[in-house]
Design a binder for this molecule. Structure first.
Ligand code: ADP
Ligand code: ZN
Ligand code: ZN
Length: 730
């Protein structure tokens, strides 16, 4: 009797047995149709066995193995099993997180790892201006704007621009502005070297070191200051990997960074077959890219965290850029960290993995100091003449006015305007003001469904809850005392934008935050217009901090950074330091020297001392010592039980029981009391969380498995809960 052990997309942590007399080992890793209750569903064959705990009469028959082209290798399956165990997430659901949505259904199996086409802007296309088209030719204008931001696009990206742009595509090709290319058919051993710069001595040294250990598992922590040319190290290493006829996986924290990186890679490796995998790529394209990678037909896979699951039979190197970035951690469903899984994959394959950052996560840095990772440094900017920006603190205690910007900052902005250079004003809060306040009685607008204040947005003229997305009109008067003059308190991007408009009426401003960039392609268009020098002052959030290279940007001003210094979250300081270094890194990337101004009420804080001198090592040293003293990660391993419910009572009971269970379990771990998170209620649901920790990762894993089983056995239906392993936000 042959039994197929099948993973199903259901919230139960086990495999399902089916009789499958004709199955062979060659079919393990494929999708199959199986009966489940009264319906049929698609599952994934994880393995074969001779016996089943299910009695033979009750055993159902596996219907068919789909002749689909998806097939996970033994290694892929091992990764998925590890992921499920480590993150305490049901195996079937873990497996189906890794399968692209378009391949999850029986009917979508016809997709072949087909030729993937892309289009390249030609020399003739490069000189076309928007004015070439009439106002009515919106498709052509849209396509052009997109191409100016990313001169290499694939068919899926163009299709995503809409029908008008797709029609314009034909005209572009007919006019010779766009040249179609195909991913297959390229010869691997002819990588292009045309635009390759001469490596700096530091880069050359690092590349040599990595090359010497090309064929074994090693985690490289590439600590390079902003602008030090880390990308060049990736390109160089990948070049060697392609020559050895192997595949490369490149992970980026953010979708917004992928177009430029993709373009850069295509320019450098014109004959390599490069595919992108992230949530903006259409489902069909994602499926095709996935299959191309699995078939060994894609040479380079570039993607966000979900790309870490892409099957790569010839994997030769993994790159994790901006490895410190919290976006690598998924915060719902399968709460995995793609950086950590990337390391697991490299280990599986016995190949190197490069973690790059200007501000490595303290976890990675501690691993490097302990000798588990190999630390390499790039200490100088790569471009001749480019130096780190001069950084200054502005003591806001001397500025008693409520204006967002100090005299110094305004003066510095004025200077940039006069010189025709760009400036960036960073404030990590959207909206106009975070609080709408009644000066007579102290009332403040709060969300009905969350324990949170409503944020005033002037664009929509309403109050927004940033936690549940709720929107409410601005009251005409205080609901408690009738006061008519309600005061906006604090500031967000919109308010800063407004005060800049007052101060510099002639300047061209652009606001970059989730609200202003919500429209499709808004980001690509924004980047293009920044590049064309159509913007004098950028006002924006975190979105502007990451990875972008703005040629004429010479001034960065950071506002309202102090909260992080007083946050109860022990990682807040690490994030702030990272943000300052990243944002500061936007200034003076090219020939023009940059300047950074930080407005603060606590200029003596040691964090700033390290930030002013761009001294990551000093910051990390201090912070790690403090963490060790306090018993925080990376010196302990944590997990957080997160739970929510409509009713507080069952929630509390569940958490009390969870704490009791945890305290009774072996191995013993430190179990804290259940606590409410900073925002206690979101969208009408109460939330509680329970932190557990231990020095040993292995002990922690044993504990979590037992705890998870007991919690699941409790079958609590009124409470939604999940264990978050290695949580980044507590
Ligand atoms: P990082 O990712 O380390 O912040 P990048 O890889 O973006 O830095 O490189 C910064 C800039 O320096 C880019 O414009 C890149 O083209 C340029 N660059 C990199 N290496 C060299 C080099 N060896 N010579 C000249 N320019 C370089
Ligand atoms: Zn009032
Ligand atoms: Zn809300």
């Amino acid at each position: 009797m042959l039994i197929a052990q099948v993973a199903l997309d259901v919230p139960v942590n086990r495999l399902f047995d089916y009789a499958a007399p004709h199955l062979t080992n060659a079919q393990v890793g494929k999708l199959a149709i199986v009966p489940l209750g009264r319906r049929r569903t698609v599952g994934l064959v994880m393995g074969l066995a001779e016996h089943s705990a299910v009695t033979e009469s009750k055993l159902k028959q596996l219907e068919t193995v789909l002749p689909s082209s998806i097939q996970f290798s033994k290694e892929d399956l091992a990764l998925l099993r590890f992921c499920s165990d480590y993150y305490q997430h049901p195996l079937g659901q873990t497996v189906f997180t890794a399968v692209p949505p378009a391949l999850r259904h029986a009917r979508a199996q016809g997709l072949r790892p087909a030729t993937i086409e892309y289009y390249r802007l030609s020399e003739a296309g490069r000189v076309i201006q928007p004015s070439h088209f009439s106002e009515r030719q919106r498709g052509a204008r849209l396509l052009l704007a997109h191409l100016q931001a990313a001169p290499l696009v694939n068919a899926a990206q163009i299709a995503a621009l809409g029908a008008a742009a797709k029609r314009a595509l034909r005209a572009f090709v007919a006019n010779g502005w766009l040249v179609p290319g195909s991913m297959t058919g390229g010869r691997r051993d002819q990588t292009g070297f045309n635009s390759r710069p001469i490596l700096t001595p530091e880069q050359a040294h690092t590349c040599r070191e990595i090359a010497e250990q090309q064929d074994c598992f090693l985690v490289w922590l590439l600590h390079g200051i902003t602008g030090s040319g880390k990308t060049e190290i990736y390109l160089h290493t990948i070049d060697a990997v392609l020559r050895a006829k192997k595949q490369a996986l490149v992970l980026l924290p953010e979708i917004n960074l992928t177009p430029r990186v993709e373009e850069l890679f295509r320019a450098r490796f014109p004959d390599a077959r490069i595919v992108c995998l992230h949530s903006v790529v259409s489902e069909a394209a994602r499926a095709r890219h996935f299959l191309a990678a699995q078939a060994g037909e894609a040479d380079i896979v570039i993607g966000t965290r979900l790309a870490v699951f892409t099957p790569l039979p010839q994997l030769g190197v993994v790159v994790v850029d901006e490895e410190h970035d919290a976006s690598y951690k998924q915060n719902d469903g399968l709460r995995y960290n793609a950086r950590d899984l990337a390391i697991y994959r490299a280990k599986q394959r016995k190949v190197p993995v490069i973690l790059g950052s200007a501000t490595p996560s303290l976890e990675s840095y501690a691993n490097a100091r302990a000798g588990r990772y190999r630390l390499v440094h790039l200490t100088a900017r790569a471009q001749p003449g480019a130096i780190l920006p001069a950084t200054r603190l502005i003591d806001m205690r001397e500025h008693r006015s409520s204006s967002s910007l100090s005299k110094e900052a305004l003066e510095a902005l004025r200077l940039r305007l006069a010189r025709g250079e760009q400036s960036l004003v960073f404030i990590n809060r959207r909206g106009y003001a975070p609080v709408l306040f009644c000066p007579s009685c102290g009332w403040a607008a709060a969300c009905m469904r969350c324990t949170a204040r409503m944020v005033l947005h002037t664009r929509t003229g309403s109050l927004h809850c940033h936690h549940c997305g709720g929107v409410a009109p601005v009251p005409r008067q205080c609901p408690d005392c009738g006061e008519r003059e309600l005061l906006p308190v604090g500031r967000g991007t919109q308010r800063v934008e407004a005060s800049l408009r007052d101060a510099f009426p002639a300047a061209r401003l652009m606001r970059v935050d989730r609200d202003s960039m919500a429209r499709k392609h808004a980001w690509a268009q924004a980047l293009a217009s920044i590049d064309r020098h159509e913007v004098d002052i950028l006002v924006g959030t975190q979105m502007l901090a990451k990875g972008h290279d703005f040629e004429r940007l010479t001034l960065v001003a950071l506002l309202d950074v102090d909260q992080a210094l007083f946050s109860p979250d022990f990682r807040a300081a690490e994030r702030l330091f990272g943000t300052i270094v990243q944002v500061a890194g936007r200034a003076g990337r090219a020939k023009l020297p940059g300047e950074v101004l930080i407005q603060t009420m606590v200029p003596n804080h040691p964090l700033f001392a390290a930030a002013l001198t761009h001294d990551y090592a000093a910051f990390a040293q201090r912070e790690l010592a403090a963490r060790e003293h306090a018993g925080f990660p990376p010196f302990v391993h944590q997990a957080l039980l997160r739970a929510e419910a409509l009713q507080p009572k069952p929630l509390q009971e569940f958490m009390q029981r969870a704490a009791q269970l945890a305290r009774a379990l072996k191995p013993r771990v430190t179990v804290y009391d259940p606590l409410a998170p900073a925002i206690e209620r979101v969208a009408g649901k109460s939330r509680l969380q329970l932190l557990v920790q231990h020095r040993s990762r292995q002990q922690m894993q044993h504990f979590l498995q037992a705890w998870n089983e007991q919690l699941a056995a409790g079958n609590e239906r009124r409470v939604r809960w999940a264990i978050d392993v290695d949580p980044l936000e507590i």
